[in-house]
Structure formats: C-alpha cells, structure tokens
Design a protein around this ligand. Structure first.
Ligand SMILES: [Zn+2]
Length: 780
C-alpha cells in the first residue's frame, strides 16, 4: 500500500486500528481458558482425549434369579446367585450391594430428610399416604450364603448392604454367593410398583429394582456409596442374567430379555401369531383386547414360570398382569432384526394399540443411526398409569392414557409418543452408554432428551417438542442465579430437575450441533462418544473431552458457560456507526461543504430577516460591493483538480476501485449483558430489500466479554440490524436485538370471562357436533 493511499483513507484506517487493538477496551476474562484443574487428571484408565484408557477396567456381575410374584399379597419372593467378577487391580475384602426397596422403609433417609410444609391447597394424596403409611415396605433379607451354603456376615446400611468375605476376592478372580429375600410391592410410584383397578379387582405390575444388586466399584469413586434417595437414579454393572419368573398362570409376563421357554408358556395360537409378527409391518396382537378382557374377569388355576435371559445388561425389570393386551412386531434396525413390543391394559386403548410399538420401532432406528446399532434382541413399552415414564434395559413403563370414552387430547397423544421415544431411548443412555446416574443426571437425561428431540421431529416435523429448542429454555435461563444450580450438580442437589437435567443440556447440545460446531462435526463426535463408551461407564470429562477430540473444536468455554455456570445469554446491539470512504474528489468535497454552509445559514433570524429587512446597504448601494461579494468560495480550482487526478493515477487499480466503490463501513457495538459468551449472529437488511446473515464465533468475546465493536463492510446501505434472527442462542431478552429498535408490543389483557374451564377435548367436541357417542375403536 502506498503512502498517498494511506493518508487518503484516514477515516477508515483510524477505525481499523482502533478495532484491531481495541486500546482501552480490553476487559480481561478467563472465559476462553482451558478447564484445566476443573477436570480430573487423565490417567491410564481414562485418557486426555476422552476415551477409555489402555488400563480401563470395570467390574461384572452375573445373576441367576428365581422369583415369584404373589398377586394375592402383592409380594415379591426371590432367591438369587450372584457371581461377581473382580476385574479391578485391587483385592476386595468386602463387597457392597444395593437394597433399593429400602427407600420405602419407615425410617429411610429419603423420608427423614425430606422437607417442605403444607400449602394452602393442602397436601397431595401421595404425600398424605406416605405420611400415614403403616405397611412394612422394604427388603426382608432372609439368607446370605457363600457358594458352599455357609452364611455370610452382612451389614445393612439403609439402601446398601455390605457382605464381609471370609477371604478377599482377589484382582482377576470372582466370587459367588446367594441371597434370599422378599418384600411388599408398593403402589406404582413413578419407577416401579403396581396399579390397582377397583373396577375389575386386578393389578398391573411393573417390577423394578426388585433384587439385591451389586453396587459399582470403579476407578473414579471406589465403591459407589451414595444412598438411594429417590431422585438420583442408578449406578450399575454389566452382566448376564437368567431370570425365572413365576406368576399366576393367567398372567401375561413381559421382561427385559429374551423369552427362553415360549413353547411352555404360550398357546399354540400365540406361537402362530409370533411367527406372523416376524414379517409384519404393523404390530401383531399376541393377546387381543377381547382376550384380555375375558382374562380380567377370570381367576388363575395355578402358576406358570416364564424364563428369560439377558446378556450384557446393567439391570433387569419385568411386567405382569392378566389384564394385558400384548402386541409385537419384528423390525429391522441397522441390518439386524429386533422385537418391538408393547404390553397395555384396555385403559390404554385406542392410543396404545395404534402408536406404542410403532414408536418403539422408530426410536430404535433413530437412535441407532446417531449412536451405535441397538445391540439387544427386544425393546418393550408398557403402559403404566402415571403420566411420566421409567426406563430399564429393553423394557420401559410409560404413561399416556385416553379418557374413559376413548377420546384424548392432542397433548395426551403427543405426550405418550414423546415419553415412549424418551424411555425407549434410555436404552442407549444410560443402559448401553452406562453413565453414573446416581451422580450425574444430565449424562443420561440430557443426552437422551436431545436424541428424543431429534427423533420426535423425524416422527412428525410438526411435533410440539417440549425440550431442545433454544427459545424454550429462556424462561429457565431468566431465573436469578440463586434459584439455579449448574448442570454439573449432583443429582440429589438439583433444583428444577426437568429444566436442569433434561432441557438445559438437551438445548446446549442442540446449540452445539446447529450453531457452534455444525451438524457434520457434531454428529461425528457424538457418535464417537457413543462408540467409545458403549458397554462402559463414562463420566462428564469423558464426554467433554471426546466431543472436542473428535471434532477439533475447543469447547472448554462452552462447557464452562453452559454446564458449570448459571449465567444466561443476553446480547444486544447498542449502537451502529456508519462510515463511507472519503475519495477526496474536490468537486464532491466542495459541493458538500457548500450544502453544509447553506444549511447552517438557515437560522430563524435569517429566515425572518429575509422579509423584515427590506433592503440591505450592499443591495441598495451597488458600489459598496467588491470581489468578495461575488466570490464563490466553494468553486474547485484547477490546482485542486490536477492534484486529484495525480492522486488517482498514483493508485493501483485495486486501490482505485476500492476508493471509488462507494462502500459502507459500519461499526457495530455488541454487548454481552448476560455473561455467557455465544456466537454473534446478525441479519442485515439492505435498502433494496435484500438480506444477509453474518455469523461470528463466540471467540469474538475473548478480549472483552462485555462490549465489543465490529467493523462490517457492505456494498449496500443497511436499513436494519437484527441479532439472533433464527432464535439459536437462547437470548433471554430480545427487545434489544434490533437496530433501530422495534417498538415493544403492548401486553394485552384478557377478560376473565373469556377463560374456559375443563373444556372437552377436541375429539369429544367433534363427537358432540356429529351427535355420536364414543369414537370407533374406543375401549369400553
Ligand atoms: Zn429420562
């Protein structure tokens, strides 16, 4: 660049240098420093790249269980042989088991430490029942013996039990022992229990965390010793299961495993239907509604034992009832056949027959594509009464129930499909990618909710997704910091569980995929995380590190802001300054000076004087004029014209084009009012009606995390600027996102009269209009 050019470009060059160095505007911040000591030191078990290390190990526990479901006394009676493989480098003198049913004991820590009062609205039926419960819930452990049948010393500490071994189980060796137990089944509480139907006197059973299970011993915590308090879910080992379930002989039993004795427990008609279901494209009824309704009026004549096996699973759950309708279909998932099935009583129809198994099949395909191919032979959705759902390997218990007339609201339908996708999706997180739920709820709920969001939109592009879109998290992000905890908070200490453990991490991942990393880099890294940690136990750092390692994107700032912090995103456009290139053309320059001079002469006094002063002296006395009365001080001289021509001639063609281009330079002042740094995405609307969107990475805030200026050159004049035009960053205040500002819409008030109470759902309204009763297909 030559000297002349520089001097003539003075306006622009001042702007550039101000911007490049930002003297006086540095606002030191550590938002883009590495997480360093926040993350655990990498070692040979877990590497700095986020993958399992060369010395990675995990324990294994195999179970051989015989259990009886006592339908009269609502009781579980079981005995098990556990074989525990010590793959750790350590000798273990004692081992710990989990006694989850002790959650319901009268003096459980959950009860004695639960807080809260009675509100004006009173007390919930559940809380009332619990406060007044007189039943003796919890495990009755009747025997603990070694492989030779000798009793083993054991100590129960709330929801855990320590077994003292006669001699330590050595590194690389295994130990077998047996336990007998029984317990009273609780009413369904959200994770397990029974639902009783007073109308026909039957119960649907959803049996989970029903046997003493091995606690986890690992390289991160040693023995996992956080008690089961109800909110923090489960930390579990993989192993192989053989489970023989004895139930009344008119019950239909479904379980998270492969049925080994179909020939013994199914009728010949059912075996034929099973064969049909192998090639069906819609679920085939193994037990029809008619058959189920007949069964619920009958009584058992004996018992029947259903035998299941499940390999390489971290848990085992089952369901049982004489009320069950059962449908099944074999579906192809990544080139492998998998059974998709549902168990539901007539109360679930017509919704369950139509959607449940189809939603199971869709979930397996959608998740397999993004993680690993579904490795198990079966995936089941059962209809439990409550609205939510609960997951176990290969089997889940889900809500979503129509009205008694068979109609349902759109919310019930979509809620049911959503919850089935979610709970079946949990097969991947945490049943296969076996994160430690007792510690970190977001690692399964957040990742799963993110995949659920993607799967819901593949089910129906208009699906009313609840969680995942940045806009939906805004009300939560607006909360005061004192009413929030970071995503990186232990499960039992989380406030606002749904937003913290599900919605915020799911949204963060969606933002990573759409806005920070892009779909290609994100999808590759996310799949790599699933691949690395399938059938292993990852912790948060393993996820954070893998996402960076496989994508080549430094995301430490993102984890800091979204996972370790509670600050919201709130960007604004404060000011826009407009600069053009001064091309130094004397004709143009003088003309502008003339216009400015004349404009300034239009004062009120001069305007009035035009008529008030009839004639001035120089107007009247012509000889009072001289050279200066007619001199044009804004005329361009020949010298000035020549100087300009010489200047143009001295420029290279490229420089000359730039000088003559008429380009606009805007200096836009963006502010980060919320704290959490995010990319700046800004839409420019030009005077000719066209638009352009510019995207600047979050690192734009690295020298100043409060206020920055950015020079934006354009060919056309910008008439309007809009921040975050696609609602990507969860900005909690969008009123300051436009420049010039948009007028704020008034808040409109509604007359109370307009509100409707308990309106019939749209299906019922339609039926009323048609003068019809219940829609066809409704249950009775
Ligand atoms: Zn969940």
């Amino acid at each position: 660049m030559n000297k002349n050019f520089l001097s003539f470009l003075c306006i622009i060059s001042v702007v550039f240098s101000t911007y490049a160095q930002q003297p006086g505007s540095y606002n030191g911040n550590n938002r883009f420093e590495q997480l360093e000591s926040t993350l655990p030191t990498p070692n040979s078990y877990r590497t700095a790249s986020g993958s399992p290390g060369s010395a990675y190990w995990q324990q294994r526990a195999d179970y051989d269980i015989k259990v009886e479901l006592d339908d009269i006394n609502r009781k579980i009676i079981g005995s098990e042989i556990i074989t525990y493989f010590n793959n750790s480098p350590d000798d273990l003198p004692y081992i710990w088991l989990q006694l989850d049913q002790n959650l319901f004991e009268k003096n459980s820590t959950r009860k004695t430490t639960s807080t809260g009062g009675i509100t004006n609205n009173g007390i919930s039926a559940e809380a009332f029942k619990e406060l007044n419960n007189t039943k003796e819930y919890g495990y009755k452990i009747t025997s603990v013996k070694d492989a030779k049948g000798n009793p083993l010393r054991h100590t129960i500490n709330q929801t855990m039990m320590r077994i003292d071994l006669p001699s330590p189980v050595r590194s690389g060796q295994s130990v077998s022992f047996s336990i007998d137990w029984n317990y009273l089944i609780t009413e369904y509480y959200g994770r397990s229990g029974y639902e009783f139907f007073a109308k026909d006197g039957n119960a649907n059973y959803f049996i989970a965390h029903w046997f003493p299970r091995m606690a986890v011993y690992n390289d991160v915590y040693g023995w996992q010793h956080k008690q089961f308090m109800g909110q923090g879910e489960f930390t579990l080992n993989f192993g192989n299961y053989k489970v023989a379930i004895t139930a009344p002989n008119d019950h239909v039993v479904g379980a998270g495993g492969e049925l080994l004795n179909a020939n013994q427990v199914l009728t010949s008609t059912q075996l034929k239907r099973w064969e049909q279901a192998k090639s069906a494209t819609r679920p085939v009824l193994m037990v029809s509604q008619e058959e189920a309704e007949k069964a619920e009026k009958g009584k058992p004549t004996g018992k029947k034992t259903w035998i299941f096996k499940a390999d390489n699973v971290r848990d085992f759950a089952f369901t049982s009832s004489r009320k069950f309708i059962w449908d099944a279909m074999q579906v192809e998932v990544e080139g492998k056949k998998v059974w998709a099935m549902s168990y539901y009583s007539k109360e679930g129809n017509p919704l369950w027959g139509k959607y449940s198994t189809m939603a199971v099949a869709h979930t397996l395909r959608s998740y397999s594509k993004r993680t690993i191919a579904y490795p198990y032979p079966v995936a089941i959705s059962c209809h439990s009464g409550m609205g939510g759902g609960m997951e176990y390997p290969m089997i889940s218990f889900n809500g979503g129930r129509p009205e008694t007339d068979g109609t349902y609201s759109e919310a019930v339908k979509n809620g049911m499909i959503g919850v089935i996708i979610h709970e079946v999706g949990h097969n991947f997180f945490p049943m296969i990618i076996n994160s430690d739920e007792r510690q970190w709820s977001w690692m399964d709920e957040g990742l799963n909710t993110f995949c659920q969001y993607l799967a819901e939109l593949e089910w129906d592009r208009n699906f009313p997704v609840r969680r995942g879109e940045p806009q939906s998290i805004v009300p939560y992000m607006r909360l005061d910091a004192k009413n929030q905890v970071p995503i990186m908070t232990n499960s039992e200490n989380i406030m606002d569980f749904g937003n913290n453990a599900y919605a915020k991490p799911a949204t963060a991942l969606n933002i990573l995929r759409e806005t920070i990393m892009g779909r290609e880099l994100f999808d590759y890294a996310f799949k790599e995380y699933a691949r690395r940690w399938a059938f292993k136990q990852p912790y948060p750092a393993d996820f954070f590190r893998t996402m960076e390692d496989a994508s080549g994107v430094d995301l430490d700032w993102f984890w800091k802001g979204w996972f370790y912090g509670t600050e919201p995103v709130n960007q604004s456009i404060e000011t826009v300054e407009w600069f053009g290139i001064d091309d130094q053309n004397p004709l143009v320059k003088k003309q502008k000076e003339k216009e400015a001079y004349e404009a300034k002469r239009k004062t009120m006094a001069n305007i009035r004087n035009k008529t008030d002063i009839k004639e001035t002296v120089v107007e009247k006395e012509k000889d009072m004029n001289d050279f200066y009365n007619s001199f044009d001080r804004f005329a361009t001289t020949d010298e000035e014209k020549k100087k300009y021509q010489d200047y143009l001639a001295s420029l290279s063609e490229e420089e000359r084009n730039l000088v003559l281009s008429g380009k606009n330079f805007y200096v836009v002042n963006f502010k980060n009012k919320g704290g959490l740094p995010m990319p700046v995405i800004v839409k420019l609307q030009f005077e000719d009606g066209t638009e352009q969107v510019l995207r600047f990475p979050a690192e734009i805030w690295r020298l100043n995390d409060v206020s920055i200026k950015k020079v934006i050159p354009t060919d056309k004049k910008v008439t309007k600027w809009t921040l975050d035009p696609f609602y990507e960053i969860a900005d909690i205040d969008t009123d300051d996102n436009a420049f010039p500002r948009e007028p704020v819409q008034p808040t409109k008030v509604q007359l109370f009269k307009m509100r409707q109470n308990a309106a019939p759902n749209p299906m019922q309204q339609q039926n009323q209009r048609n003068g019809a009763g219940a829609i066809s297909g409704a249950r009775n």
